[in-house]
Design a protein around this ligand. Structure first.
Ligand SMILES: *Cc1c(COP(=O)(O)O)cnc(C)c1O
Length: 405
């Protein structure tokens, strides 16, 4: 048997680009210094390497190097931005506006802040996943300090109207924070152009190593500050203490340099592959794309195959294709994705969804293989399904009364 493995879960994490790995290697042994060691060449070399990486990342975002604060990943950056702003700007207010489809790193941090006295508005999204700009503006109050809206959604790939959100924040004199983890390195992400004051992102979502991320913190117009969440040596302009992950940061920098050169071509190639796959799935009955298809990342497709349970569908191809389903395992039960529920999908359509996220190393043949396997699996599961049979016989399934159990 051909034991082929195909990776279509690049939104969960991307492989580290071999060019990134190669750049990192000398910093594990040959250049072992601590970037904070000021009195010997080992420290200077490490510091120079970190400075160089900071420049590479700043160039990708078209910002100043000093505006980049290194962290352990986007989860930490989200925590630092939200908690750091909440604590720094207490005299201005305690109200934060976010949306229901944010990543858990934002939502759970907001829940934590509510316990600390914050007031948080969780905006609904529309059927296509976009926030309603009028509702956003209406929810701004005198005590609003910050709006936190992600650039691109990790489950659907939907891209929010960053520039318009930035304009609304500017008009009302409030800070705009964006978790841009899914967008940075894949599409142009210039925070200044969008009126963003703080922006979180992570190396391992853009072909860099795991365990290293950054927070962009604007230095002028206005100068933004966050209260440190980690006390210690005062690294990173006092905003994030802790010895810097030098090899990780060197890899992050290289990943940013490659992204700047190659992201446009990658996006073009992957959108063609994604569209081919999606159109081929749409040839089947009762297949639906989740999320706005015009404002969407080029490499992502979130698709519901009605009356087919996503987790079960994945088993039909023996875990040979790495995907995410619209069901999240919480302890013993399967919960439908809160993101898809926020888009207004019923539990059935949420459970029948799969997220395909392509990446730099996805090949044409991988997509051919995935198309065939998924179509075969969907047809197979539907053939076995009494619900599908009822649907084909014209039974109105929405009107059926199910026995309680
Ligand atoms: C992956 C991801 C995170 C978490 O990033 P880590 O670096 O793994 O902590 C946060 N937000 C979004 C949108 C993500 O996709």
């Amino acid at each position: 048997m051909n034991k082929r493995r195909i990776y279509l879960d690049n939104n969960a994490t991307t492989p580290c680009d071999p060019r990134v790995v190669e750049t990192m290697l000398p910093y594990f042994y040959q250049h072992p210094g601590n970037a904070a060691s000021r009195n010997h060449p080992f420290g200077w070399e490490a510091e120079a390497a970190v400075d160089y990486a900071r420049d590479q990342i700043a160039r990708l975002l078209d910002v100043e190097s000093k505006e980049i604060i290194f962290t352990s990943g986007a989860t930490e950056s989200d925590n630092l931005a939200l908690k750091g702003v909440f604590e720094m700007y207490t005299s201005k207010g305690n109200h934060i506006i976010t949306s229901k489809t944010e990543h858990k790193a934002v939502l759970d941090t907001c829940h934590h802040l509510e316990k600390m006295g914050a007031e948080v508005t969780y905006l609904d999204v529309q059927r296509d996943g976009l926030i309603d700009l009028e509702k956003l503006e209406e929810s701004i109050k005198n005590n609003t300090v910050m709006v936190s809206i992600m650039w691109a959604n990790n489950e659907t790939g939907v891209i929010q109207p960053m520039k318009k959100i930035g304009e609304i924040c500017e008009k009302h004199g409030i800070l705009f924070f964006s978790d841009a983890t899914q967008a940075v390195g894949k599409i142009p992400t210039n925070p200044k152009e969008m009126g963003i004051h703080l922006m979180a992102f992570s190396a391992h979502k853009m072909y860099g190593p795991k365990g290293v991320g950054a927070l962009y913190v604007r230095r002028k117009g206005p100068r933004v500050k966050v209260t440190a969440q980690m006390d210690g040596g005062g690294h990173e302009r006092g905003m994030r203490s802790g010895t810097l992950n030098v090899p990780g940061i060197v890899g992050f920098g290289k990943a940013a340099e490659i992204a700047l050169m190659e992201m446009a071509a990658d996006a073009k190639r992957l959108s063609v592959l994604r569209d081919r796959m999606e159109n081929s799935f749409l040839e089947m009955e009762e297949v639906f794309i989740n999320g706005n298809i015009e404002h969407r990342m080029p490499h992502v497709a979130n698709i519901s195959f009605k009356h087919v349970e996503g987790e079960g569908l994945m088993m039909t191809f023996n875990q040979n294709i790495a995907l995410s389903s619209g069901s999240a395992c919480t302890s013993a039960s399967l919960q439908p994705s809160y993101v898809l529920i926020a888009l207004g999908l019923g539990d059935d359509l949420a459970h029948s969804s799969l997220r395909f996220s392509l990446g730099r190393f996805t090949k044409d043949e991988d997509i051919d293989f995935a198309i065939e396997a998924v179509k075969k699996g969907v047809n197979h599961m539907r053939e076995l399904s009494p619900i599908w049979e009822m649907y084909k016989e014209g039974v109105d399934l929405d009107k059926l009364e199910w026995a309680d159990h």
